[in-house]
Design a binder for this molecule. Structure first.
Ligand code: 26Q
Length: 812
C-alpha cells in the first residue's frame, strides 16, 4: 500500500468522495483532514488487527495503564510519522495541498490537565515504539479541558467540544460494552454455607468502549487506547420504574448517566470531593477491570496466573478503586476466597505517585463513598481492618502510627494508602521526589514496605517533541551524527563534540532564529504584539499554580521594567517573556496572576520610553498543539517552582531537548538535568528543598522583613496596589495580601533576589553568543536520557516485567 505518491493520491481522492461526499476541487480543509485521517486510519488498522492477533496467540503479558487523563493533542502528524508514511506530504504537495493547513483542522484531544495526562500520552507512544504490549484505559470525555479565552486580561472558560465533527481515529465497540453498578444496597445471604453478597436496587450504567490505535514508530506495533463512554442503555435494561411508562424519569436517568463521561475535571491541585468525580473514577476502573478479565478468560490461563499475565498500572490514586474492584470480581464472581484474591490483586497492581501537595491528595468522605459504592466500601473496610491488624502485630501499642497509616480514618477513605497497600510497586517520578516520599510524606509506609518503593524519573517522547515539532533541528542532528538517535535517543550524546564546531553552531543558531520568526508571526496574529526576533525568548509554559511561581517571573519583569525606565540606555539584552497557562476555573489566586501578567504586558508593551526592549506575551489557550509551536522557539526555560513542590516537571525536558537553557530551582527533574549538563550549562537559584522543609517545620521566614529591607521588592509590591498597573488601585490587592499578609507560602519574595541574580547571569551569558550556542548544543546532547523510551524501559524491566514482541505486519 502506498508504494508511491500516486497510489496514495488515488486512495485520498477516493476517500474524499466515499467519506465526505466531495470532489477534490470542492473539498474544504476540514474535508481534507477527515479524508486524510480516514486513509491513514485504514492503513493503520491492518497492523492493529495483526498486533492483536499476535498478542492473543503468544499469550504475552500485557500492561494496562489506567489513567483518568490522556493528553494526546493532535494525532495526524504523529501517526504519519510513526506509520512511516513519508510519501504523504509529497503526494499532498503534488495535489497542491498544504499539510500544515490541513493539520490545523484537527482538534487537540485535550483529555488531561497537564503533566500527568501528557505523561500518559508520551508513555503510550513509547510503549508502542518499544514494541511492548501496553495499552491505555481511560474515559472518553465528551468535553476535554476547557478552551481558554483572555478577555480584558481575564481568563474566561469555554467548553471544548472536541468531538463535534466526529473523531476519525476511534472505533466504537458497542458489542464490548460492560455494566457498572452504582448505589443500591448489599445484603449478605447464606448460600451453601457461604455468605454471598447480593447487590440490589443499584443504578446500572452502560460503559461502551471506543478504541484508538496507538502507533509504534516504524515497527508495525499498534497498541490500543480504550476510552469508556457512559450510556444509559435504557433499551437493554429493564428498570422497574420505567415499566410504568415513566418517560420523564427515563429521560432524567439517561441524562444523569451520561453525565459521568461528560467532562474532564479541570483541576489538578485541589480535590473537592464531588460525587461525580468519584463516579468517574469507579466507572473507569470497573469497566476496565471487567473488560481485561473478560478477554483474559478467553485464553488458556487460569486466573491464579493473572499476575504473570497482566499488570494494571495506576496513574496516581485516581484509578485506585481498581484494587477493590478486582477483589470484588475475584471473590463475588469468580469464587475466590479473600486470601487468594488479595494475593492476586496485590501482585497485579502497581502505582505511581505524582504529587506531595497535601491539598491534591485524594480522600473521600466515608458517607459519600459508602452510599455510592456499597460493595466496594465493604471490601475497602476489610482491607483496612486486615492491614491495621498487621500493623498492630508489627507495632503493638503504637496507636498514633497505626491511625496515621490506616486506609480509613477520621471519616475519610485515603486513596494513597489504599494504593500503597494494594499494589506491589510504588514509584515517584524524579529522584528527589521519590526521596521526599520515602523520608517525609510516606515515611511510615516506606519503613513498612521498603521493597515496594522505587524511582522512575519521567521522560517525554522525543519523536513528538523533537522529530515532529522541530524538523529542522532534527535534520541538523541527523546530518551531524546520523540517524541512530531516533531509535536510541541516548546517542544524542554524540552531539557534545559538535558543541565546539563553529559550523554546527551557526546552523543551530539559524534554525532557532527561523523557529523564533515563526513564533513571532503567531504572536503577531494572536496578540497583535510585535516582538523582536533577536530578543531572548524566555518561556514559562505550564499550568498556573502558586507553587510553580509564575508570580515570581511576573514580579521580576516589573523589576526589569523599573530598571529600564530609570535608565533606558543601560546595557540590556532585549527580552520577550512568553507565558502559556490555564488556571483551574475555581482557583482565584491563579486567575489573578493571569490578570497581573496581562496588565504588565499592557503596560510594558505600550511604553515607548523603553524602546521595545522588553515585551510580555500571554498566549491564550495553552495546549499540546500550541506547545509544539512555542518550544522549538524558546531560548530560556523557566522552571522556578518552590523547591520540593514540583514532583518532576516534563516541560523542562521538552525545552532542554529543543536547545533552551534552563533557569530553575533545585526541584524535581531540574536536579537531574543539572547533573546531565553540568553547572556551567544551567542557571540555578533559590532555597534548597532542605531549607524549604526546614522553614515549614520551624518557621523563621517573614515576608514583611523582605518588603522592608529590599527597596526594589518594595517598589514592585507597591506598584501592585497604587494604580500603576491601571484598572484602579485595588486590582492586585489579593496578590499583595497573599505575599505579605499570608506570609508568602511559596517563598516568592525570599527567592526574589537570588532569581534576579541568576537572570542577570543568564543575560551576561547570552551576550556571548558563541558560548550560548555551545550551552544550547550541550543541553540537546544530554537530553536523550529524558526520552520516555528510557523511562518506559525502566518500568518494563523494573516494575512490569514485560518484554518486547516483534510484530511482522502485513501492510506491505
Ligand atoms: C484529583 C481529584 C479530583 C479532581 C482532580 C484531581 C487531580 C487531577 C489531576 C489531581 C492531580 C492531577 C494532576 C497532577 C499532575 O499533573 N501532576 C504532575 O505530574 C507530572 C507527571 O509526573 C509531574 O511532572 C509534575 O511535576 C506533577 O505536578
Amino acid at each position: 500500500m502506498f508504494e508511491d505518491a500516486r497510489q496514495f493520491k488515488e486512495a485520498f481522492v477516493d476517500k474524499l468522495q466515499t467519506m465526505q461526499g466531495v470532489a477534490l476541487e470542492q473539498a474544504t480543509n476540514l474535508d481534507k483532514y477527515m479524508a486524510l485521517g480516514g486513509v491513514i486510519r485504514d492503513y493503520i488498522y491492518k497492523n492493529w488487527v495483526e498486533t492483536n492477533n499476535h498478542y492473543r496467540k503468544k499469550e504475552s503479558k500485557q500492561v494496562y495503564y489506567f489513567s483518568l487523563e490522556f493528553l494526546l493533542g493532535r494525532q495526524l502528524r504523529s501517526n504519519l510519522l510513526n506509520a512511516n508514511l513519508s510519501v504523504v506530504e509529497e503526494a499532498l504537495q503534488e495535489l497542491n495541498i498544504d499539510l500544515s493547513k490541513v493539520e490545523e483542522m484537527e482538534p487537540d484531544a485535550g483529555l488531561g490537565n497537564g503533566g500527568l495526562g501528557r505523561l500518559a500520552a508520551c508513555f503510550l507512544d513509547s510503549l508502542a515504539s518499544l514494541q511492548l504490549p501496553g495499552h491505555g484505559c481511560g474515559i472518553r470525555y465528551k468535553y476535554g479541558h476547557f478552551e481558554q479565552k483572555i478577555v480584558n486580561g481575564y481568563q474566561v472558560e469555554l467548553p471544548d467540544n472536541w468531538l463535534k465533527e466526529g473523531n476519525v481515529w476511534e472505533v466504537r465497540r458497542g458489542d464490548k460494552a460492560v455494566m457498572v453498578k452504582f448505589g443500591g444496597q448489599v445484603r449478605l445471604e447464606e448460600i451453601d454455607g457461604k455468605l454471598v453478597p447480593i447487590h440490589e436496587n443499584y443504578d446500572p450504567v452502560l460503559a461502551v468502549p471506543y478504541d484508538t490505535p496507538v502507533v509504534g514508530f516504524k515497527n508495525n506495533t499498534i497498541n490500543t487506547l480504550r476510552l469508556w463512554n457512559a450510556e444509559s442503555g435504557i433499551k437493554e435494561f429493564d428498570f422497574p420504574s420505567f415499566n410504568h411508562g415513566d418517560y420523564m424519569k427515563a429521560v432524567q436517568y439517561k441524562y444523569e448517566t451520561e453525565a459521568i463521561s461528560q467532562v474532564l475535571y479541570p483541576d489538578d491541585s485541589h480535590q473537592e470531593g464531588q460525587v461525580l468525580r468519584l463516579k468517574q473514577e469507579y466507572f473507569l476502573v470497573s469497566a476496565g477491570v471487567q473488560s481485561i478479565l473478560r478477554s483474559y478468560k478467553k485464553g488458556n490461563k487460569s486466573i491464579r496466573e493473572l499476575p504473570e499475565q497482566v499488570v494494571i498500572h495506576l496513574n496516581d490514586t485516581h484509578p485506585v478503586l481498581a484494587i477493590p474492584e478486582l477483589m470484588r470480581i475475584l471473590m463475588d464472581e469468580e469464587g475466590f476466597g479473600w486470601d487468594e484474591a488479595w494475593e492476586i490483586t496485590q501482585n497485579t497492581m502497581s502505582y505511581t505517585n505524582h504529587t506531595t501537595l497535601a491539598e491534591a491528595l485524594e480522600k473521600w468522605p466515608v458517607d459519600i463513598f459508602k452510599e455510592l459504592l456499597p460493595r466496594i466500601y465493604m471490601i475497602v473496610e476489610e482491607i483496612n481492618k486486615r492491614f491495621c491488624r498487621e500493623l498492630w502485630e508489627r507495632y503493638p501499642g503504637q496507636w498514633d502510627r497505626i491511625a496515621q497509616m490506616a486506609i480509613i480514618a477520621d471519616g475519610f477513605v485515603k486513596m494513597a494508602h489504599l494504593a500503597i497497600v494494594g499494589s506491589y510497586s510504588v514509584n515517584g517520578v524524579a529522584r528527589i521526589h521519590t526521596e521526599i516520599l520515602k523520608k517525609q510524606e510516606m515515611k511510615n509506609f516506606y519503613k513498612y514496605y521498603p521493597q515496594k518503593f522505587n524511582n522512575k524519573t519521567n521522560g517525554i517522547t522525543h519523536r513528538r517533541w523533537l522529530l515532529q515539532a522541530n524538523p529542522k533541528l532534527a535534520d541538523l542532528i541527523t546530518n551531524s551524527i546520523g540517524t541512530s538517535w531516533i531509535k536510541h535517543p541516548e546517542d544524542l550524546k554524540e552531539l557534545r563534540f559538535y558543541a565546539q564546531d563553529a559550523s554546527f553552531k551557526e546552523e543551530l543558531q539559524k534554525i532557532k532564529r527561523e523557529n523564533k520568526e515563526q513564533l513571532a508571526q503567531l504572536i503577531q496574529e494572536q496578540n497583535q504584539v510585535q516582538v523582536e526576533v533577536d530578543s531572548i525568548f524566555d518561556v514559562q509554559i505550564k499550568r498556573l499554580h502558586a507553587y510553580k511561581r509564575q508570580l515570581l517571573n511576573a514580579l521580576h519583569i516589573l523589576h526589569l521594567y523599573n530598571k529600564l525606565r530609570e535608565a533606558p540606555q543601560m546595557e540590556f539584552v532585549p527580552r520577550t517573556f512568553i507565558f502559556g497557562a490555564k488556571a483551574a476555573p475555581s482557583y482565584y489566586h491563579a486567575k489573578w496572576v493571569i490578570k497581573l501578567i496581562n496588565s504588565i504586558a499592557d503596560k510594558v508593551n505600550n511604553d515607548k520610553s523603553i524602546q521595545g526592549k522588553l515585551k510580555v506575551v500571554f498566549l491564550e489557550n495553552y495546549r499540546v498543539s500550541l506547545a509544539e509551536k512555542i518550544i522549538p522557539a524558546a531560548d530560556v526555560s523557566e522552571q522556578i517552582s518552590t523547591a520540593s513542590k514540583e514532583a518532576s516537571g516534563t516541560g523542562n525536558m521538552k525545552l532542554m531537548m529543543n536547545g533552551a537553557i534552563t533557569i530553575g530551582t533545585l526541584d524535581g527533574a531540574n536536579i537531574e538535568i543539572l547533573e546531565q549538563v553540568g553547572s556551567e550549562n544551567i542557571f540555578t537559584f533559590g532555597l534548597t528543598e532542605q531549607q524549604v522543609i526546614e522553614y515549614y517545620a520551624h518557621g523563621g521566614y517573614n515576608s514583611w522583613e523582605i518588603y522592608h529591607q529590599d527597596e526594589q521588592v518594595r517598589a514592585i509590591l507597591d506598584q501592585l496596589v497604587n494604580g500603576f498597573l491601571g484598572d484602579g488601585s485595588k486590582e492586585f490587592k489579593t496578590i499583595y495580601n497573599y505575599l505579605l499578609h499570608n506570609n508568602d507560602e511559596y517563598f516568592v519574595l525570599k527567592d526574589f533576589a537570588s532569581y534576579a541574580n541568576a537572570q542577570q547571569e543568564l543575560e551576561r551569558a547570552y551576550r556571548d553568543q558563541n558560548r550560548w550556542r555551545e550551552m544550547s548544543a550541550i543541553n540537546i546532547a544530554n537530553s536523550g536520557g529524558f526520552s520516555s523510551d528510557r523511562t518506559i524501559s525502566e518500568y518494563a524491566t523494573g516494575i512490569w516485567k514485560v518484554e518486547p514482541l516483534e510484530i511482522l505486519g502485513r501492510s506491505r
